[in-house]
Write a protein that binds this ligand. Structure first.
Ligand code: FES
Ligand code: FES
Length: 175
């Protein structure tokens, strides 16, 4: 039996994409295989590790738990959409670099995207809030101290500039 396909129109990192996808195509596979945005990583494939986290209409989702057909008409941001056009790192990415928040880097895209969504909703997060907010993302290298320090540094950067952590970094418009 032929699997039904569906048309989807989705904005990813500001670019509009139209595609025909099988009903069971996962958003993570759609991003990685159809759009070639391989920064979104896939670890557990059942919603536990957080490596596949992206922003869906500004909120964190695990893309391995979402069907591509379900994002028709939505806006998705992946880790590829964060740095400025000139390559300047987004404040969360810069903080991970500064605070040694990455080791092998496998969990990093999901950590970064989770931090963006979390900090947008909790701009005044303190250490304990950050710890709780990032608790759903697993790092196999167990570099959690650096990761938490990075998210705290990024929180301070956003408080200082008033920028939205979910937006592509635009250094030229920062105060
Ligand atoms: S790959 Fe989606 S949560 Fe682990
Ligand atoms: S840095 Fe290796 S899994 Fe987190």
């Amino acid at each position: 039996m032929t699997e039904p396909h569906h048309e989807v129109t989705v904005t990813v990192n500001g670019a509009l994409h139209r595609a025909t996808v099988p009903a069971r195509r996962l958003l993570s596979d759609f991003l990685r295989h159809d759009l070639r945005l391989t920064g979104t990583h896939v670890g557990c494939e059942h919603g536990v590790c957080g490596a596949c986290t992206v922003l869906l209409d500004g909120r964190n989702v695990r893309s391995c738990l979402v069907f591509a057909v379900a994002v028709d008409g939505a806006e998705v941001t992946t880790v590829e959409g964060l740095a400025a056009d000139d390559g300047t790192l987004h404040p969360v990415q810069a903080a991970f670099r500064d605070c040694h928040g990455l080791q092998c880097g496998f969990c990093t895209p999901g950590m970064v995207m989770s931090a963006c969504g979390f900090l947008a909703e909790h701009p005044d997060a303190d250490h304990d809030d950050v710890r709780e907010g990032m608790a759903g993302n697993l790092c196999r290298c167990t570099g959690y101290a650096g990761i938490l320090a990075a998210v705290e540094q990024a929180a301070g950067a956003f408080r200082a500039t008033g920028a939205d952590p979910r937006q592509q970094h635009r250094p030229e418009v920062q105060p």
